[in-house]
Design a protein around this ligand. Sequence first.
Ligand SMILES: C[S@@+](CC[C@H](N)C(=O)[O-])C[C@H]1O[C@@H](n2cnc3c(N)ncnc32)[C@H](O)[C@@H]1O
Ligand SMILES: *[C@@H]1O[C@H](CO)[C@@H](O)[C@H](O)[C@H]1NC(C)=O
Ligand SMILES: *[C@@H]1O[C@H](CO)[C@@H](O)[C@H](O)[C@H]1NC(C)=O
Ligand SMILES: *[C@@H]1O[C@H](CO)[C@@H](O)[C@H](O)[C@H]1NC(C)=O
Ligand SMILES: *[C@@H]1O[C@H](CO)[C@@H](O)[C@H](O)[C@H]1NC(C)=O
Ligand SMILES: *[C@@H]1O[C@H](CO)[C@@H](O)[C@H](O)[C@H]1NC(C)=O
Ligand SMILES: *[C@@H]1O[C@H](CO)[C@@H](O)[C@H](O)[C@H]1NC(C)=O
Length: 856
Amino acid sequence: MASLTPNILARDPHTQIILVGAALILLVGLIFAATFRSSRSKRVDDEDLTTFGSFLRFFYASFLKPHTGDGTVNGQQDALESFYKAQAGVYDATRKRLLRGREDMLGLVAAQLVQKAARERTHDPKRIWVDIGGGTGWNIEAMSEYVDVENFFSSVYLVDFSPSLCEVARKRFTRLGWKNVKVVCQDARTFRLEDHENMQDSGTDIGFALPPSYFSEDSASVGGADLITLSYSLSMIPDFYSVIDSLTSLLDPTGIIGVVDFYVQSIVDLSCRNYTGGVINRHVNWFGRLFWRAWFDVDRVGLEAGRRDYLEYRFGTVLSADSRNVLLGSIPYYVWIGSPKRPSTSSSSNYPHEIVERLDAAATESPYLSPMNHTTALSRTVEKATPPELRSKAYDAAIVNLSANLPLPSFFYQNHHWRIHYDDQLKKHTQFGHEFIYAFTWEDTRVDHRLLKLTSSDVVLAITSAGDNILSYALNSPARIHAVDLNPNQNHLLELKVASFTALPYADVWKLFGQGKHSNFRELLISRLSPHMSSRAFQYWLNNTQVFTSTRGRGLYETGGSRHAIRVIRLLATTLRFSNQIKALLSAKTLNEQREIWATKIRPIIMSRIFSYLVVSQEKFLWAALGVPHNQLAMLEADHLASESISESSAGSTPLGHSEKELNSSRGKAVWEYMVQTLDPVINHSLIGEDNPYYLVCLQGSYSQRCHPDYLQPKSHQKLSRGNAFDGLRIHTDEINEVVSRLTPGTLTVAVVMDSMDWFDPGSAEAERQIEKLNRALKMGGRVLLRSAALTPWYISRFEALGFHGKRVGARIAGACIDRVNMYASCWLLTKIEVVAPSTPRATRPSSVDLESLEI
Ligand SMILES: C[S@@+](CC[C@H](N)C(=O)[O-])C[C@H]1O[C@@H](n2cnc3c(N)ncnc32)[C@H](O)[C@@H]1O
Ligand SMILES: *[C@@H]1O[C@H](CO)[C@@H](O)[C@H](O)[C@H]1NC(C)=O
Ligand SMILES: *[C@@H]1O[C@H](CO)[C@@H](O)[C@H](O)[C@H]1NC(C)=O
Ligand SMILES: *[C@@H]1O[C@H](CO)[C@@H](O)[C@H](O)[C@H]1NC(C)=O
Ligand SMILES: *[C@@H]1O[C@H](CO)[C@@H](O)[C@H](O)[C@H]1NC(C)=O
Ligand SMILES: *[C@@H]1O[C@H](CO)[C@@H](O)[C@H](O)[C@H]1NC(C)=O
Ligand SMILES: *[C@@H]1O[C@H](CO)[C@@H](O)[C@H](O)[C@H]1NC(C)=O
């Protein structure tokens, strides 16, 4: 018997509907309960109904009243009327909570338009907005939260097929007195801007009722609308293909389109698409797909994936985000911002060149050109088809894919060329889950500045980490910075920082990255930061707003893998009762005072040998908390063994000279020594509360006005918030290896690889290959800056064999501090003095990973 139920469910749509109906009654009851106490709606135009009455009428019209109107000529209009007539008056009162995401969508498109206006700096007198399926005009009124609708738009068209809703809308705009809004009661399929506006290039064929794109799909689009929005109307239009097609010619070549709607979709549909702009939360499970489609069928609302897919196919994706409406039983909805498929900006009238510029920004094969010279050089390339090496593989791939009629990946439709396209489904990226490891960078920028002395002619490649050092390098305005990280989430964090400097005043930047908390983060993300972020970074932060907004959480600096370390410190401090001593340490005014507190109150506890053996020597813990991998651990173990017995110096202090067992046996002791050598000198030489933000943030979870990284100074904000501060930034999500091998040989002047060389297996050929590639990419005299857990890491000799001159510029010997972090045993500068012939032929084809990230 029990096995029969699923059969009935699957076979009989009526049973489904009844079940769904039952669930619905329950839900509506819940919604009613949730909203009953809220005050009467202010937006009821016709009648002053109580919320209860509103919901009863909404419920009646939606689910009880039989639908009329079908296959006849006016079929859809009649059906719409039958649906909306009874509830037109209560429409807004009931939909406020049901149709979520509408404000977000409006905020996002407004942000794009405002950003565009700021970029062009000319007030475009003609700015047209068409709201398709605008219903009661709620959205147009709600837009006034973001822009002054009456003056920002020269005209606003509300196109809706339901006369009773149009009537409500007309009353609304009469009440508001907005003369630039026109309510057009018409089928969206037949709406043409030319019928209402004086278009210069609309031609003289006004007499034709056919849309201009009907016969000639590729004819120059008439365009005109700077903004098109569809809010919960795409799912109500039965014949959506023709409407979407008509939108492509309705939209101005520089315009944008915003859609918010319900949807259901399986992730499987998306596996072969690279242009969807990220898939966070997009997948809807089997039950959800069945249930929501069945429910909405009752209302003639189509939730099938095809509607959104076709949009994404006909336009380029600028931003997209998926979410759930918790109030409505977690129904999935999406917000999507698109632009014409052929990317363009109004600054360039010539589309192909613009595309090429974007493509080559991604390819980075000519990183030595400034963006301006870059474009001219490329235009020349395209015109004369010489010199061939300037034409990137990405360009070829794009031409192929454009001719296959697919949109480009969403990175190409962004306002900035900072982030470079990568395939987020590759295992090497997904291995990190949805978490970054470092919320702050653990390398002293003051030392980097002193050693590197970057100038405007430098081309820098550096590991992103938390992005702090990238921002610090940007203060010196080098010609270009390639920020590289394999973990996409680290790059999302850098994007957030860069967007914040670009769009926010100092006070907000300070709250976000000085304190790590900002109660308005979500609003800022939508209305200020979104135009400066890639779709994937935007999705990531939209899904993780609680990092900054949660009142219970402790903010940004207690997220990511490094939070474990901070938590352990806090846990110890509270259980062993030395929180007050830590406070005293942080407020110490002199080094002597600090040393005293450390030596008598804290050190004995935190440095107890038992603690060292039990907690820190666990390799798992170290990796998760501090990012110390196995090979690096082996290096410090080897150093420890070497320091124990002088006789062993013949083996050198490299892990190669020791058996694994030998290394393991001394681990606890080695880690203990390492900690002592790290912490003691730091306490001895730098005042943490005044001058050492690195330890301050670990101990207190935020920076202070007195003590913070240099990028958080007000002066830095002035510099980094200039419009062109990040023009030279390229954010790569890939291995250093891959990025370096794609750069034009002899162009890089500085490579900061942090401690990443430590991660290679001792003596591995891979490390050697990376050194060769660095040599190839670097200019003669170019430098590699690296830090290591070993005093003389094994790979220095390999560098020297491969065309570098090595110099140890910092060593942690006898209580010395190499920098304020003092986490590494040594710091090295390796200067290229010789070109080594690449071991592989020049005309080598890029590795498979290369191709993947270059394809479009
Ligand atoms: C769920 S309502 C959304 C209304 C409004 N955009 C909002 O967010 O509150 C969907 C609207 O689409 C309109 N609509 C459906 N099919 C249409 C068509 N073919 N042409 C124009 N409007 C249509 C309906 O009249 C209805 O007002
Ligand atoms: C472009 O290159 C020329 C030299 O070819 C140089 O003088 C000029 O400053 C460059 N422009 C920019 C914006 O870098
Ligand atoms: C995109 O271009 C690449 C490189 O030419 C090609 O291998 C791939 O098949 C193209 N994709 C489509 C969908 O045509
Ligand atoms: C989205 O947020 C949820 C809840 O905070 C979290 O569990 C999930 O991992 C996040 N997903 C991504 C991709 O960040
Ligand atoms: C050394 O330690 C590592 C990691 O804890 C372990 O995988 C390995 O088997 C150990 N080797 C020996 C010889 O004990
Ligand atoms: C710290 O400094 C004091 C005084 O300068 C010195 O006596 C002591 O040895 C130093 N300790 C370390 C670990 O460097
Ligand atoms: C696009 O997706 C296909 C299918 O998953 C994949 O093979 C291809 O490498 C991707 N292209 C890019 C540029 O990521």
